[in-house]
Design a protein around this ligand. Structure first.
Ligand code: HEC
Length: 121
């Protein structure tokens, strides 16, 4: 812990904010248990057979289980920033913390073809 604090102090006193955020990003470890509670809000749309939702209109919902974790992380960040435009996904992604994104991405990346379609917590 002491060593960690020293490193933080060095990073803070250091030249760029970039190195601080890089350090921060490297610290985030996926927590699969925490993820189970967090994906509750995704399952309604991303966990149904045929991946279609009837609200607010019928549209295709992409399958995210088994997708690469980095891909999911990037997609969520893009929706949050508005670089990717989709209103409901923007609304959801904007509420997620960096830790939520890492947890959720790891959760979905770990799914395989044999994972139940709509896993219960
Ligand atoms: C209201 C329904 C709904 C909910 C709830 C929802 N999504 Fe989505 N999601 C969609 C739709 C529809 C798309 C496709 C949007 C588009 O065309 O860009 C999408 C796209 C995505 C993508 C991009 C997939 C790809 O192949 O590019 C990811 C990743 C994603 N959602 C993750 C999540 C996560 C994680 C949650 C929960 C925190 C969540 N979604 C909740 C409907 C939903």
């Amino acid at each position: 812990m002491k060593k960690f604090l020293t490193m933080m102090a060095l990073a803070l006193g250091g030249t760029s904010l970039m190195s601080l955020s890089a350090l921060h990003a490297a610290e985030l470890k996926p927590d699969m248990e925490a993820a189970k509670g967090k994906v509750a809000m995704c399952i309604g749309c991303h966990g149904i057979p045929d991946y279609r939702t009837a609200f607010p209109e019928v549209y295709h919902v992409p399958k995210i289980g088994g997708q690469n974790a980095k891909y999911i992380e990037n997609a969520l960040k893009e929706y949050a920033k508005g670089d990717r435009k989709f209103q409901t996904m923007h609304g959801i992604a904007a509420t997620l913390t960096d830790q939520d994104v890492v947890d959720i991405a790891a959760y979905y990346a770990a799914q395989t073809a044999s994972t139940p379609v709509n896993p219960q917590k």
